[in-house]
Design a protein around this ligand. Structure first.
Ligand SMILES: NC(=O)c1ccc[n+]([C@@H]2O[C@H](COP(=O)([O-])OP(=O)(O)OC[C@H]3O[C@@H](n4cnc5c(N)ncnc54)[C@H](O)[C@@H]3O)[C@@H](O)[C@H]2O)c1
Length: 276
C-alpha cells in the first residue's frame, strides 16, 4: 500500500520536463494523474507513458494564463476522478534580459505564467482541499527564487521570488487546516525550458554575450530524480525541496550577511556586457 494509492494529482506543465517527471513518479506510486499543458503533442506522448505505468490518467489542454482553462481543468479532473488531492503548480517559462530593457509584454508574459498561473490554480483547487481538510500543493519555484544567481535573468528571478514567497504564505494559510505545501527549488534540470525561453531587450550584436550561469550551477539533474524528490516531500510533508545540496546550504547562509553575500556574488562573476 503506497501513500499515493487512490490519490488524484493534477500537474500543470505536466507534458514535459520536471512536470512530466513528477507526473510519472506519482503515477508509478499509484496516483491517478491529470496533466495540463499547452503543448498538445507532448501531452499525448506523456499521457501514453502514464497509462504505460498503469495509471488512470487524463491530459487536458490548459493555458494557466486563462481563468476559464484552469477552471475547466478542475472540472474535467473532478468529472473523471471525483476528487483532487495533490496540485502541482509547475508550468513555467523563462525570460532573460536586462531589467531596464526587457519589453513590458515579456514581463507581463512571465508574470502571467510563473506567478498568476499559480494563483489561478490556487483559487480553483485550494477551496476543494480546504473542504476535504487534506491535500497538498506543490509550487515549482527555483533556486532563482532563493537568490539572484546571475545578472542575465531578472524577469525569471523576479517571478521565482514571487513563487517562493507565495508558497511560504500559502503554507502559513493551509497547514493549520491539514493541507500541506511544498516549494520546489530546482537547480539546473535537463528539460525543454530553453525551447520557449525569450531573450528580451538585448541588441542582436550582444545576444551571445548576454548569458551567465555560475560554473558551480551547471551540473544538471534529470526530471525523474526531481519527481522522486517531490513524491518524497509530499509523503513527508516537507516544505522546501532542493535538487542540489549546495543550493540548500546557500539558502541557509546567504541572508546571514546579505551585504557580503551580495558583494561576493558580484565580485566572483564577470560583469554584464555594456549594451550599445
Ligand atoms: N529546467 C530547469 O533547470 C529548471 C530549474 C528550476 C526551475 N524550473 C522550473 O520548472 C518548471 C518546469 O519547467 P521545465 O524546466 O520542466 O521546462 P519544460 O519547458 O520542459 O516544461 C514546462 C512545461 O510548461 C508548459 N507551459 C508553458 N507555458 C504554459 C502555460 N501558459 N500553460 C500551461 N503550460 C505551460 C510548457 O509547454 C512545458 O511543457 C518551470 O516552472 C521552471 O521555471 C526549471
Amino acid at each position: 500500500m503506497s501513500a499515493f494509492d487512490n490519490k488524484v494529482a493534477v500537474v500543470t506543465g505536466g507534458a514535459s520536463g520536471i512536470g512530466r517527471g513528477i507526473a510519472l513518479e506519482l503515477a508509478s506510486r499509484g496516483a491517478s494523474v491529470a496533466i495540463a499543458d499547452i503543448n498538445t503533442e507532448r501531452l499525448g506522448t506523456t499521457l501514453a507513458d502514464l497509462r504505460g505505468v498503469g495509471s488512470a490518467a487524463i491530459a487536458v489542454r490548459c493555458d494557466v494564463t486563462s481563468d476559464d482553462d484552469v477552471e475547466r481543468l478542475r472540472d474535467e479532473t473532478i468529472a473523471r476522478f471525483g476528487r483532487v488531492d495533490i496540485l502541482c503548480n509547475n508550468a513555467g517559462v523563462a525570460v532573460l534580459g536586462p531589467p531596464e530593457r526587457v519589453a513590458m509584454t515579456d514581463w507581463e508574459w512571465i508574470l502571467q505564467v510563473n506567478v498568476l498561473g499559480l494563483v489561478r490554480a490556487i483559487q480553483a483547487f485550494v477551496p476543494l482541499l480546504l473542504e476535504q481538510g487534506t491535500g497538498h500543493v506543490v509550487n515549482t519555484a527555483s533556486v532563482a527564487g532563493t537568490w539572484a544567481y546571475t545578472w542575465d535573468a531578472a524577469p525569471y528571478i523576479t517571478s521565482k521570488f514571487a513563487a517562493y514567497g507565495l508558497s511560504e504564505a500559502l503554507a502559513r494559510r493551509l497547514r493549520p487546516h491539514g493541507v500541506g505545501v511544498t516549494v520546489l527549488c530546482p537547480g539546473l534540470v535537463s528539460t525543454n525550458l530553453a525551447e520557449t525561453a525569450r531573450m528580451s531587450g538585448v541588441p542582436q550584436q550582444h545576444s551571445g554575450e548576454w548569458f551567465y550561469l555560475p560554473p558551480d550551477m551547471t551540473d544538471a539533474v534529470e526530471p525523474d530524480f526531481v519527481g522522486a524528490l517531490v513524491a518524497g516531500a509530499i509523503d513527508a510533508n516537507t516544505f522546501a525541496v532542493f535538487t542540489h545540496a549546495r543550493d540548500a546550504e546557500r539558502f541557509r547562509t546567504w541572508r546571514l550577511d546579505i551585504e557580503s553575500s551580495l558583494a561576493a556574488a558580484i565580485d566572483s562573476s564577470p560583469p554584464p556586457p555594456t549594451l550599445s
